[in-house]
Design a protein around this ligand. Structure first.
Ligand code: ADP
Ligand code: MG
Length: 151
């Protein structure tokens, strides 16, 4: 494995539940370090653009409504195998299927309202990081260069 970067979002339900700190602590305790972080309230256009890959899915409207329902925390996480590690810490999309101790098992309510987003592959991580952050907004902590995804 190598040092990777991935995009993490604490979704509106996680912010409303006041568990930003608990979620960041789980990442930090399991080898992922935030190298960029910003709180924002996504516009409809920003949410639709971010989830454009899902725009033909039946849940797309619901997903955009949810993601624009309140503030979110956007983060770039860096660490060894960060993409898969983040997915493991998050747990399955449906909290009913998520392993014990994962973020979604602990905090998520449903398949739609599921507390966190995480990139699913190197290409999507690079695109998602670039969607929200300029290179100069990243503060690398591993000694890796300032590119979206060193590999
Ligand atoms: P993940 O976030 O685990 O990568 P997907 O990429 O499949 O999951 O879906 C993106 C997001 O769309 C999910 O996190 C969830 O918020 C929402 N979503 C996915 N499937 C459904 C569904 N069947 N009903 C409602 N919302 C869904
Ligand atoms: Mg996904």
């Amino acid at each position: 494995m190598s040092i990777q970067r991935t995009l993490s979002i604490i979704k509106p339900d996680g912010v409303k539940k006041n568990v930003i700190g608990k979620i960041v602590a789980m990442f930090e305790a399991q080898g992922l370090s935030p190298i960029a972080m910003r709180m924002t309230h996504l516009s409809r256009a920003e949410a639709e653009g971010f989830y454009a890959v899902h725009n033909k899915r039946p849940f797309f409207g619901e997903l955009v409504e949810f993601m624009t329902s309140g503030p979110v925390v956007l983060m770039v996480l860096e660490g060894e195998g960060a993409i898969d590690r983040n997915r493991a810490i998050m747990g399955a999309t449906d909290p009913a299927q998520a392993d014990d101790g994962t973020i979604r098992k602990l905090f998520a309510e449903s398949k739609g309202t599921n507390t966190v987003h995480g990139s699913d592959a190197p290409e999507t991580a690079a695109a998602e990081i670039a969607y929200f952050f300029r290179g100069l907004e990243l503060s690398p902590r591993s000694g890796a260069p300032i590119t979206a995804n060193p590999s």
